[in-house]
Design a protein around this ligand. Structure first.
Ligand code: CTP
Ligand code: MG
Length: 240
């Protein structure tokens, strides 16, 4: 069956061992909605992602996709339905081309190059000794944080999952590159339920809902305009 991509957090509380990191979280993200999450380091942003992907399960409450508890999804279907650009990009000890095509084995070289271009990765890849055949990862050529992120974004551009998660996806690239990638990300987000974790207002201000997390609790939520009027935490970030 096709996954629509409705995501719902129903009164979720989550802890790592004894450390409570999310408390009474409610998020309603019907298919296609854009939810942005902001908050200081350690606030619990990545933990929210971890629960959607089922890297962990909450102790209280439920995470639902298309009205079904994610625990009841078969993991293969769930993973295929969620495309994640993780905060820490994981690269395989393999060629750049294969790293980009991870998640879409049947991608053609033309598709891989188009994705890399949209992610502003094509130019630095072409400067590598073997171009797209250069082996990276643990046993290969080392890449900078920003280069790894662009490979991860190219990877996400190739797959067409209904749920998309961008966890600090452009935090290590410079502003100019980020601006260019934003165009590709906007296209990627179109029609998908998207969770955007970011620190810059420019990356979140168009979201349908912006959520501010503090110590695992939602302290503010609303659109950019609503949150500015509130003159709270979001407003302070905006003014900085
Ligand atoms: N934590 C933990 N065990 C883990 C991962 C995280 O105890 N395996 C804790 C962290 O120390 C933090 C809290 O859980 O206190 C929330 O972590 P996280 O969701 O990763 O916070 P983020 O908001 O994603 O922080 P950052 O901006 O640094 O990515
Ligand atoms: Mg995080």
């Amino acid at each position: 069956d096709k996954v629509r991509g409705d995501v719902l957090f129903d009164n979720v509380t989550f802890k790592y061992e004894d450390n409570v990191v999310l408390q009474d979280i409610d998020i309603d993200a019907p298919a296609g909605k854009k939810v942005a999450i902001m908050g200081a380091t350690g606030a619990g942003k990545t933990s929210i992602v971890n629960l959607i992907c089922r890297f962990y399960d909450p102790q209280k409450g439920r995470v639902l996709v298309d009205n079904v508890d994610v625990r009841d999804w078969d993991l293969k279907t769930l993973r295929r339905s969620v495309s994640v650009v993780m905060q820490e990009t994981f690269l395989f000890s393999d060629t750049i081309a294969n790293n980009i095509a991870y998640g879409k084995d049947d991608a053609s070289m033309d598709e891989i190059i188009a994705a890399a271009k949209a992610a502003c990765a094509h130019d630095f890849i072409m400067e590598m000794p073997e171009g797209y055949d250069t082996v990276v990862g643990e046993r290969g050529v080392g890449l900078s944080g920003g280069q790894k992120q662009r490979i991860a974004i190219a990877r996400a551009l190739l797959v067409s999952a209904p749920i998309l998660i961008l966890d600090d996806a452009t935090s290590s690239v410079d502003m100019e590159t980020e601006h260019k990638i934003q165009q590709a990300l906007k296209r990627l987000m179109a029609g998908r339920t998207t969770f955007i974790i970011a620190h810059r207002i420019s990356a979140v201000k168009d979201a349908d809902e912006i959520i501010i997390l503090e110590n695992g609790r939602i302290v503010e939520r609303g659109t950019h305009d609503q949150l500015l009027k509130l003159r709270g935490v979001y407003y302070d970030i905006f003014r900085d």
